[in-house]
Design a binder for this molecule. Structure first.
Ligand code: NAD
Ligand code: UDX
Length: 469
């Protein structure tokens, strides 16, 4: 097998950046260059004061240790490709917005462009690794493009190596992954390429955690893992609706169910709905794949996971309106949290966006506070969510504040949309004293101690808990 000395990663995003920074840190003998067409992003990765383009606990420390030694960020995609023995393709694969499969299929345009660039520029053999999440059999298309355009004496071996990190815990997930999955063709060349990549991870990942499988299994496992994780959340959220209607408590139900070792306790936290760039996109991708394979029952099964998530967001918004005497018109609603989960500045598919849009439609005044998300990002997301409104129109109804206290000032209701630790530790007594009375609090994240807040005087509504009788 090739001894990997130079790695290029195409795509300096949430996956390419942290993943390859960690590879550089753990493999000082390998030079890692992360390239991207987006100059602003590359500049941020290179910024002298480490003002990195993504917020991720522990990431800055990793970049500080490796950058300039064996870790480089660059916009020179061609040079990165030319010099590398192994190339990660870690570009975005969003849901298609138009054309065939719009709203479901993954947009593979970026993967294809990156692949064509590799074919055009490479003067020596390369191992090309799919890091992006892609539909099953994408590696086949990549191989066809590479082989049809390659120069003499250039061999391309394609591997699938999906990434399982979660945002907010990316660095710890990369340092100690549950597993690293490598898919390859089961030919001697495919197995050699697999071994080359395996030996990179073997620098810090115990060998029993590096799984090697066939190419198609590897591609499908990524979609399967996300679909099954999201399915757990939709299951618990579906049960939370029953809890609210019966007086059962979803925390207690999740605890009791999760104690069964076959189910396990993780990922059973009821919420306003899952967000993030992956779950919805990857399930829709699986739905599309199932439909293309003429498996409509399979497609309908997975589609319901996304539909339940939409229902959960609608249901929560409606509960806010119902509780506030069936109208929030003209009322001030403070939304705490805008990121799709705690410990990230990422807002892609965040449930908060949908909630705020629903509150806007009810003509409420909304104030938003998030400890990490830049204000410009919030405006961009709200604009995209309501394309029929101008920014000026949105700003008549929505204000972004720089503290939770400011957001809650004179508000009729507080809605917790992201489980930031800071919101648990807030001086709720102080917040209560600043709010209109009765002061309502809606905990969409099972974050705060409802009983304690009730003694302060809040009227608390919690996901998955009925009225206390
Ligand atoms: P991202 O949008 O943050 O980053 C992708 C980067 O690729 C962008 O900076 C973009 O400019 C760059 N790019 C696109 N086309 C390019 C080209 N031809 N040449 C050079 N650069 C190019 O996306 P992400 O969140 O890092 O996700 C990347 C992939 O990883 C997706 O397929 C996603 O499904 C998958 N994934 C994401 C996560 C996650 O938590 N975000 C986790 C696992 C897997
Ligand atoms: C997910 C997968 O976990 C990861 O393995 C994959 O590589 C990418 O997609 P990510 O989207 O970054 O990671 O975060 P995750 O922790 O999975 O949370 C996704 C959403 O589900 C968040 O909105 C989170 O708040 C929500 N969630 C998670 C719940 O509502 N309840 C839970 O019990 C867990």
């Amino acid at each position: 097998p090739v001894k990997v000395r130079k790695i290029c990663c195409i795509g300096a995003g949430y996956v390419g950046g942290p993943t390859c920074a960690v590879i550089a840190l753990k493999c000082p003998h390998i030079t890692v260059t992360i390239v991207d067409l987006n100059k602003a992003r590359v500049d941020a990765w290179n910024s002298p004061d480490f003002d990195l383009p993504i917020y991720e606990p522990g990431l800055e420390d990793v970049v500080r240790q490796a950058r300039g030694k064996n870790l480089f960020f660059s916009t020179d995609v061609d040079k990165g490709i030319e010099e590398a023995d192994l190339i990660f393709v870690s570009v975005n694969t969003p849901t298609k917005k138009s054309g065939v499969g719009a709203g479901f299929a993954a947009d593979l345009n970026y993967v294809e462009l990156a692949t064509r660039r590799i074919a055009a520029v490479a003067n020596s053999s390369k191992i090309v690794v799919e890091k992006s999440t892609v539909p099953c059999r994408t590696a086949e298309s990549m191989r066809t493009i590479l082989e049809a355009n390659s120069k003499p004496n250039c061999r391309f071996d394609i591997l699938s190596n999906p990434e399982f990190l979660a945002e907010g815990t990316a660095i710890q997930d990369l340092f100690a992954p549950d597993r690293v999955l490598i898919g390859s063709l089961q030919t001697p060349e495919g197995k050699d390429a697999c071994e080359a990549l395996r030996s990179v991870y073997a620098n810090w990942v115990p060998s029993e955690r590096i799984l090697t499988v066939g190419l198609w299994s590897s591609e499908l496992s990524k979609l399967a893992a996300n679909a099954m994780l999201a399915q757990r959340i939709s299951s618990i959220n579906a049960l939370s609706a029953i809890c609210e209607a019966t007086g059962a408590n979803i925390d207690e139900v999740a605890y009791a169910v999760g104690k069964d070792s076959r189910v396990g306790p993780k990922f059973l936290r009821a919420s306003v709905g899952f967000g993030g760039s992956c779950f919805q996109k990857d399930i829709l991708n699986l739905v599309y794949l199932s439909e293309s394979l003429h498996l409509p029952e399979v497609a309908a099964y997975w589609r319901q996971v996304v539909e339940m998530n939409e229902y959960q967001k609608r249901r929560f918004s409606k509960r806010v309106v119902d509780t506030l005497f069936n109208t929030i018109t003209g009322k001030k609603i403070a939304v705490l949290g805008f990121a799709f989960k705690a410990d990230t500045g990422d807002t892609r598919e965040s449930a908060a966006i949908t909630l705020i849009k629903n509150f806007q439609a009810e003509k409420a005044f909304v104030t938003i506070y998030d400890p990490q998300v830049p204000h410009a990002q919030i405006w961009e997301d709200l604009k995209e969510a309501s394309p029929h409104l101008t920014l000026e129109q949105i700003q008549k109804q929505v204000t972004i504040t720089s503290s939770a206290v400011e957001a809650c000032n004179k508000a009729e209701a507080v809605v917790i949309a992201t489980e930031w630790k800071e919101f648990r530790e807030i001086d709720w007594q102080d917040i209560h004293s600043r709010m209109s009375k009765p002061a309502f609090l809606f905990d969409g994240r099972l974050l705060v101690d409802a009983e304690k807040l009730r003694t302060i005087g809040f009227k608390v509504t919690t996901i998955g808990r009925g009225e206390v009788l």
